[in-house]
Design a protein around this ligand. Sequence first.
Ligand code: FES
Length: 435
Amino acid sequence: MVQPDRVHRRVYTDPEVFDLEMKRIWGRAWIFIGHESMVPEPGDFITTTLGRDPVIMVRDRRSREIRVLLNRCGHRGVKLEVRSHGNARGFRCLYHGWSYRTNGQLAGVPHAVGYDGTSFDIKKPCYQLTHIPRTDSYRGFVFASLAAEGPGLEEFLGDTKHTIDNMADRSPEGRVEVVGKVSNRFVQPANWKNFIENLNDAMHPMVAHSATGQATQTFVSTCCKEGDPRPPEAEVIQPFGGSYQFFDDMGQTALPHGHNYMGGHTSIFSHYDWPESYIADMTRAYGAARTKEILQFNRHNTTVYPSLAVRDAVQSIRVVRPVAHNETIIETWVFRLAGVPDDMLAKTLLYSRLINAPGSMVGPDDLDCYLRMQQGLGSERNDWVDFKRFSTADRVTEGGKESLGTSDLAFRNQYQAWLAYMTDAETPSAEGTDA
Ligand code: FES
């Protein structure tokens, strides 16, 4: 199904392929769960999914460490916590009242009689909240892996670490905090890979977003006199009306594990204006040279395959939560740079509203493309999805491959990682808790 420059339509449409992806990709890779700033106090938790598994990310009351636990009662499997977030002394099942500590330990069983002579033991692992085998964080970004063995988080992130570093380093205090919780969610009637491919598809903005680009050009040419500062809306939207050359010049880089990023040379954020007070705060914290280096780090969109996309310059991330072969939840989260004026957060929120939100000027264009792609790929009359653009022009570098911005390099790279995960049946994956 995967050839060097094309893939079979079944990778998007076959429920059996999706089932195997959940086991061999989402059951092995490091998957983004949440950010430490979402659970600052003991007992704070959020709920989400790791592949198909419902999980709770909680800050343990005793150790204050962050745990990622299976959100499933050890008795008969009831999902314990249905709130999206909150603060809990522990978790109590609504069915028969088994209660758990925030470290997952089974603390109590009501009317615990009738177990004499059985194998029931309150201390057995199968009766606790199952710990996800590996949990780790990088600069506050918490990931978990259902595989007990495999590359560590930093090795897995590789060069994409620098994008996460850059998001945090854009704060004079070197850290970011999630604003609210999940900012918005799309339920997309399409395969998860439609979205992850689109992130670094630089051939579509000139077509799919052309109406937005044209409207923005009109707005900019009529809204203000020559020499006036650009309105912030124009600064955000205008690059989406860029030319093929504009996107080619950005360049793109493909990395191990299916990761990649657009930009590097330039990005859609290259011509953003930053408030003088922010530059002054940054210069005080880092010095002028390092401040310049941080703000000129030109990555447009970094994909941490398969679950996360980071736009460091505007402190925004997109998170992929697959549901079925033809259904995916896409979340947008926004972050506040610690120790900076509120006008920086205003720009982050503006970007999210204009580009990523369900009612934005850009996101719905993409959604329409995913929906129609899923519909078209349902046809059995033409089996192949093509990724040949600039396939003979990849430049091999020390850490990966580079090409022009409009190359199909990112897709080819993602499918080589996909193939490696899917055909390696030996790598340990999620297994049930042994009784
Ligand atoms: Fe949870 Fe019975 S299913 S206590």
